[in-house]
Design a protein around this ligand. Structure first.
Ligand SMILES: Cc1ncc(COP(=O)(O)O)c(C=O)c1O
Length: 297
């Protein structure tokens, strides 16, 4: 459906002193630039859901997330743009954040589930009352995860390959990206089918189910997960903030602290530890999320 055709993300050189010192060439695929609202990996994760909802004639889209959720933000924007009503099921109690204000302005119906109610989201009967309340609406798992999300993310690989010649590259050696649920990473692994390894910097602790989700979506091979949460999801420390400020200056590219900043800092640690041999060509996937910065800056 041309209605949901994906905008092209630019592939740009990524020059940073610690990459140069290690003899590593890097590029970044700037998903943050594809759209002012449906930004980053979210467009890719949502695409197949939008297609399925349209084909089924669903009047609306419903999903879950937190008060700063990049996913709900993109979903609300996509609903408004493509003519779907939207409903968001939020973690915790009602809060007024910049993201929540945007969700309302974009017309999303909001329901705060409390913490216990949100924890029940994996229960088999969780969706029943919402199906009754919003009949025929298309339900999207938390964070746009699941196979439909991963299938959309597989398209990211083609966007990268189509632009390699612009950098004078014939090929690349590996991907590096932030992972939360691991859906985006799984999409890359599926598309690569072993051609290039994919490194995921896990922004949530390892025991939050990321490794299991990735394995269920794409198996056990073709990727490596690195712990990069720095003590917990959404934990921000001074070293991270200083690294982000410095990297933004050096690379001329904005980052946020929850995913892309943590991922790039984890990459620096690995590069400095000698994980990649000189001459390696890496693609860092900028997964967007910049709207969320307003919540903690
Ligand atoms: C900016 C950003 N990067 C990366 C991720 C992680 O994506 P995934 O859940 O597909 O691993 C998210 C998830 O919400 C995100 O908002």
């Amino acid at each position: 459906m041309p209605e949901f055709s994906l905008p092209q993300a630019p592939l740009q050189r990524l020059d940073l002193p610690w990459l140069q010192q290690a003899g590593i060439e890097a590029a970044t695929l700037r998903l943050d630039l594809i759209d002012p609202l449906i930004s980053g990996n979210k467009w890719f994760k949502l695409r197949h859901h939008l297609l399925e909802a349209r084909q089924a004639g669903s009047p609306g889209l419903i999903s879950l997330g937190g008060n700063h959720s990049n996913h709900l933000h993109a979903l609300a924007a996509a609903g408004k743009r493509f003519g779907f009503a939207t409903a968001g099921l939020l973690r915790g109690h009602e809060q007024d954040t910049p993201t929540v204000r945007d969700l309302r302005a974009l017309g999303m119906q909001l329901h705060w589930l409390g913490y216990g109610g949100y924890r029940a989201r994996h229960n088999v009967d969780f969706w029943l009352p919402w199906h009754e309340r919003y009949p025929g609406w298309h339900c999207i798992p938390e964070g746009g995860g699941g196979l439909l999300g991963a299938q959309g993310c597989a398209l990211i690989v083609m966007q990268c390959r189509a632009q390699l010649a612009l950098l004078g590259w014939q090929d690349y050696d590996a991907w590096w990206l932030a992972a939360g649920t691991g859906t985006t990473l799984a999409g890359l692994v599926l598309a690569e089918a072993g051609a290039h390894p994919v490194h995921g910097a896990l922004a949530v602790p390892l025991d939050h189910g990321g490794p299991e989700t990735v394995a269920s979506l794409c198996g056990a091979q073709g990727y490596t997960l690195h712990e990069a949460s720095r003590g917990g999801f959404a934990r921000i420390d001074d070293e991270l903030l200083a690294f982000i400020a410095e990297t933004e200056q050096q690379a001329g590219m904005p980052l946020e602290a929850l995913y892309t900043g943590k991922a790039l800092l984890a990459l620096r640690d690995q590069v400095e530890a000698g994980r990649f041999t000189p001459g390696t060509r890496l693609v860092f996937l900028h997964t967007g999320g910049l709207q969320g910065r307003r919540g903690y800056l």
